[in-house]
Design a protein around this ligand. Structure first.
Ligand code: AMP
Ligand code: MG
Length: 326
């Protein structure tokens, strides 16, 4: 690691957080640990700062950002809060649930990619919360990776992808959930899951009416879901645990494996997880580790879609896509 990285990565001391808050207020970029993945933060109300996020990530301009705030009261400064949203906030904030609501005019168009809605979340990470409170601004923070790459779950991975463009990285250790937040649209009608994540469909259904999954319209309502994402640099094949075709198709090429079930023999390396939670927590870092294990592709085990399985399936399916949906 170069000297530069050591100068940019800070342990989460009071001084470092105060300094990061100043950097954010001055229009800089700070990578922040959350319970899901590391975010690339900027002042959500400052168009120039927000433009730096898109540039650093190489993120398509049609993919809006999530505003990270420290309380429900603060969220009400940026969006029209309705009864369903209040219920969701009471039950799941702070936590890995992002709520899309009609935006107030104060949120710049660039932050919400010209939509009339805005996405909001209160993270459950004491460092992130302290920083948001210190900065006294909402922090727009997508995952701190180059667009299309697996999301970062450690400060070191953020540095590898964005070390040149970020002003500071606050090191909060490995993230506890490892998969991005669930994104729901709570503007009108039943709540729609735009992206499955750490708060599962079953958890949401206990609180509000949730629209059934598999709605082909979702990609038009949540622009980010149109793009290929989360992908390792070698190709990824999926195994549903039933047919073994995916293993017979290896035909002499080197492959590696990750998943819950034991793979067929013959892998260069295999990583078998003990639980869905561990699969979620290590999904992205394992993708990155396996890229350099000497294999030509990764075979990944597709879990069932109950609980956290829905989010893991979603990430794996998007990582295995050849291209954007369009
Ligand atoms: P990221 O922060 O990179 O993990 O991605 C944020 C996700 O939230 C993307 O899938 C976006 O499309 C989605 N998102 C953010 N704002 C909105 C919004 N106003 N309406 C719908 N989806 C949104
Ligand atoms: Mg992302």
């Amino acid at each position: 690691m170069s000297r530069c990285s050591i100068e940019k990565i800070f342990p989460p001391t009071r001084e470092a957080i105060a300094r990061a808050a100043r950097v954010l207020r001055d229009g800089g970029l700070v990578s922040i640990p959350t319970e899901t993945v590391y975010g690339l933060g900027a002042n959500a109300l400052d168009q120039e700062a927000v433009n730096k996020i898109y540039k650093a990530k190489g993120r398509p301009a049609d993919n809006p950002l999530i505003l990270h705030v420290s309380s429900m009261r603060e969220a009400a400064c940026y969006a029209e809060i309705n009864h369903k949203a209040e219920l969701l906030m009471h039950h799941f904030w702070p936590g890995p649930l992002t709520i899309v609501l009609y935006s107030l005019a104060v949120v710049p168009a660039v932050t919400r990619a010209n939509l009339d809605t805005v996405a909001l979340r209160v993270p459950m990470n004491s460092i992130a919360l302290e920083l948001i409170r210190d900065a006294e601004i909402p922090i727009a923070a997508p995952s701190a990776n180059k667009s299309g790459r697996p999301s970062p779950t450690t400060a070191r991975i953020v540095y590898e992808d964005l070390g040149d463009s970020v002003d500071m990285i606050i090191d909060g250790g490995p993230t506890s959930i490892g998969i991005e937040s669930t994104v729901v649209d709570a503007t009108e009608g039943a709540v729609t899951i735009l992206r499955p994540g750490g708060v599962t469909r079953e958890m949401l259904e206990r609180i509000v009416d949730v629209a059934p999954g598999d709605d082909p319209e979702i990609k038009y309502r949540s622009p980010g879901t149109r793009h290929r994402h989360y992908a390792p640099s070698i190709s990824l094949s999926l195994w549903d645990g039933e047919k073994t075709d995916v293993f017979s198709e290896t035909r002499g090429s080197k492959w590696c494996y990750m998943g819950l079930r034991e793979p067929l023999p013959g892998s260069v390396r295999s990583v078998v997880f003990d639980s869905l939670e561990e699969y979620g927590r290590k999904l992205f870092s394992t993708m990155r580790d396996l890229e350099s294990c000497g294999a030509e592709f990764i075979i990944a085990d597709l879990p069932d879609d109950s609980g956290l399985g829905e989010a893991i399936r979603n990430r794996l399916m998007r990582a295995s896509m050849d291209d954007d949906i369009g």
